[in-house]
Design a protein around this ligand. Structure first.
Ligand SMILES: *[C@@H]1O[C@H](CO)[C@@H](O)[C@H](O)[C@H]1NC(C)=O
Ligand SMILES: *[C@@H]1O[C@H](CO)[C@@H](O)[C@H](O)[C@H]1NC(C)=O
Ligand SMILES: *[C@@H]1O[C@H](CO)[C@@H](O)[C@H](O)[C@H]1NC(C)=O
Ligand SMILES: *[C@@H]1O[C@H](CO)[C@@H](O)[C@H](O)[C@H]1NC(C)=O
Ligand SMILES: *[C@@H]1O[C@H](CO)[C@@H](O)[C@H](O)[C@H]1NC(C)=O
Length: 623
């Protein structure tokens, strides 16, 4: 007994005598690229050590597992909490870090005299899960046991300050999810936009940008816009309405909106929209969108982007008169004249999530046509971003992403895990299980998978239960084909599909014929927005996170696509077959049927018996 007490005393004594800063020197690798500098980037030189970086530290969110349980409860039409979305305050409370996490990170920062230093301009997100502050690069290198370099992206000449590996004190590993900027090499120009003219070839970053500049039919005046010919060769809003059985006039325009997210230097033009509406949707003339500039995103009306115009012209014309909001997301921290923080931090997804989660009112439907090879996004970074989209779903927003234009994989399909082997390359955020991913089709009779439709299986995210049966059916039929090329336990995508070829778009006054799943996502999203309108008009909550509903009830309102495939990585790719497939998901919308399913009376969600949710972690007093 005495011996034990003595031992305990000695133990406590030792740990007290241990110099406290030891724990900040005990570093362990947080993330490293095994293959070194990411493909397409080259080192220019060491980063200037006096220059400051706008650093963001993500703290582990104590209630994240509870939030995920809430997401599935409120999104599953068979659950008695279906539609009972959480408020921002409830989500904030569950997003808060444990006080121990905050305390440790503050101790770490204060060890380096950063905590209360005015030059650091420290700020925190509303729930405290992010700490942002400006840190001189030399100091940051000592804290993270690494060296930052200036890297240049060869194709776009973009420079970024990044590192290929960083460490954190071992004791912080359970408390910090990610620190940026570090190993995520993002692209600042219209980032790997998933839009191109129907040109087969190299879809590498540079080539994509060239491809979208091709004018197929330029210089046509407003008055002589082509009358819509057959929808097999030119897609217009009337084609979509006819093909997808859409005949609906929105009525909930005071409490329903549709958000279109565009990243870094993609601006949507008001005058191009007017020309588009004049030609293709005359009853919506004078319809307009609002622009919200996030993280210093621009809005140069003299420099419209084809991607931005495609998104807004179709989202708006198909959902008119539903209010549309275009989010132009930059990547820069707020400008402060006396601070030499590098202006360009390029963390686009996080900038948008930060912004939108700080709003009290968010659009019921949000679409983004944007993606990167999943393997180029650090796993911890991808997890944090995906959790951000999850929170939008918990609050009742339907979040849609295009599935990408690289079929089963673009380029040489080489893995960057050190083995350099050929693998199908999935796209993120398409692989995030909390978003609805939209693949592409072409043709109308029959409608079939378009050859570039992105589809496959995540290596980061496991398969969610809402899709386990239909995906298992597909895999069973597939057998050993492509074994080793894809991850059979991963989140499978896309979830659904819509037309993705020959979209007529106006940019700079000219007509372009544009293809890409970046056309499919705003198209599907516009129809979801109409479903949300119908729900609100029927005094029902919006659909929120769609997938549990789509895979159980919504599937009855989708056209199963059973032709076409997505060849890539020198294989014939996957086939679109009966049931779910990794080319067109569950299929394309039949709006009329979906609407009937979405507003049909249901016993779930209206149940009179009130449950005690405290065990699920809903903050008390929140209801
Ligand atoms: C939304 O607006 C419609 C039309 O004005 C109205 O009937 C409905 O009650 C509103 N719904 C909610 C949930 O506020
Ligand atoms: C807006 O874009 C035009 C056309 O690219 C360019 O000439 C002009 O400098 C840009 N304006 C600003 C403020 O960036
Ligand atoms: C759709 O694409 C396939 C493959 O490229 C092509 O064979 C087919 O003709 C296209 N259908 C239409 C209607 O354009
Ligand atoms: C396959 O996916 C699972 C997640 O579902 C992941 O844990 C595993 O590491 C992945 N395998 C490979 C080889 O990436
Ligand atoms: C279109 O939707 C309506 C319901 O609004 C449905 O009655 C009709 O059968 C649908 N048409 C087709 C061709 O599926």
């Amino acid at each position: 007994m005495l011996k034990n007490a003595l031992l305990l005393f000695l133990f406590v004594g030792t740990s007290l005598c241990k110099p406290l800063h030891k724990r900040w020197d005990d570093l362990k690798v947080k993330h490293a690229w095994v293959d070194g500098v990411p493909k397409g980037w080259e080192v220019v030189g060491p980063a200037p050590s006096e220059e400051r970086l706008a650093v963001r530290i993500g703290l582990k969110q104590d209630g994240i597992d509870d939030l995920i349980s809430h997401l599935y409860a409120v999104s599953d039409p068979n659950h008695d909490r279906y539609g009972q979305h959480l408020t921002k305050a409830q989500v904030d409370a569950l997003s808060a870090p444990h006080p121990d996490s905050t305390g440790l990170v503050e101790d770490w920062l204060s060890h380096y005299d950063l905590l209360h230093s005015p030059e650091c301009q420290m700020t925190r997100s509303s729930s405290g899960d992010w700490i942002s502050l400006s840190i001189p690069i030399g100091q940051l290198e000592r804290m993270l046991g690494t060296k930052y370099y200036v890297y240049k992206h060869s194709a776009t000449e973009t420079t970024l300050i990044r590192t290929i590996s960083y460490s954190l004190p071992t004791i912080l590993h359970d408390h910090v999810t990610v620190l940026t900027p570090s190993t995520y090499f993002s692209l600042p120009k219209p980032q790997r936009q998933t839009s191109f003219i129907e040109k087969v070839g190299d879809y590498a970053f540079g080539a994509l940008n060239e491809a979208v500049d091709i004018v197929t039919n330029g210089g046509v005046e407003d008055s002589s816009l082509p009358v819509s010919p057959t929808c097999d060769h030119q897609i217009t809003p009337s084609c979509i309405n006819a093909l997808y059985n859409v005949s609906y006039t929105p009525v909930s325009t005071s409490n329903n909106s549709l958000g279109v997210v565009g990243y870094l230097n993609q601006f949507a033009s008001h005058s191009d929209l007017q020309k588009f509406l004049t030609g293709y949707k005359p009853d919506a003339i004078n319809g307009d969108f609002t622009v919200v500039q996030v993280a210093n995103g621009g809005n140069n009306q003299s420099n419209p982007g084809l991607e931005a115009n495609l998104d807004i012209q179709y989202s708006l014309s198909l959902s008119y008169p539903t209010p549309n909001i275009y989010y132009s997301v930059g990547g820069s921290p707020p400008y402060t004249p006396d601070d030499n923080t590098r202006s360009n931090t390029n963390e686009p997804y996080l900038s948008f999530i930060d912004y939108i989660l700080s709003q009290t009112s968010i659009p019921q439907t949000i679409t983004t046509s944007y993606g990167d090879d999943e393997q180029t996004v650090p796993p911890d970074y991808a997890q944090d971003v995906c959790n951000g989209f999850m929170k939008l779903g918990v609050m009742g927003s339907s979040v849609l992403f295009s599935s990408g234009d690289n079929a089963v994989g673009g380029g040489d399909c080489l893995s960057n895990d050190g083995t350099n082997s050929v693998k199908f390359l999935p796209i993120f955020p398409a692989t995030c299980p909390y978003v609805t991913t939209v693949g592409g089709t072409n043709g109308t009779n029959p409608e079939q998978a378009v050859y570039f439709s992105g589809g496959g299986f995540s290596n980061y995210f496991g398969r969610p239960s809402y899709q386990s049966q239909p995906v298992q059916n597909f895999l069973t039929a597939l057998g050993q084909t492509y074994s080793g090329l894809y991850n059979s336990s991963g989140r499978a995508y896309p979830d659904v599909a819509a037309q993705g070829l020959n979209f007529q778009v106006i940019t700079g006054g000219n007509i372009y014929s544009v293809g890409g799943t970046s056309a499919s996502s705003p198209t599907f999203a516009a129809l979801v927005s109409l479903l949300n309108d119908a729900r609100l008009a029927a005094k029902l909550p919006p659909l929120g996170f769609l997938n549990p509903w789509l895979y159980s009830q919504g599937v009855k309102g989708l056209n199963d696509i059973v032709g076409g495939s997505n060849p890539g990585c020198e294989t014939p790719g996957f086939q679109a077959v009966k049931g779910w497939d990794p080319v067109t998901g569950l299929g394309t919308p039949n709006f009329g049927l979906l609407k009937d399913l979405a507003v049909k009376p249901t016993t779930a969600g209206g149940s009179a018996k009130k449950r005690d949710f405290s065990e699920m972690g809903i903050p008390r007093g929140g209801w």
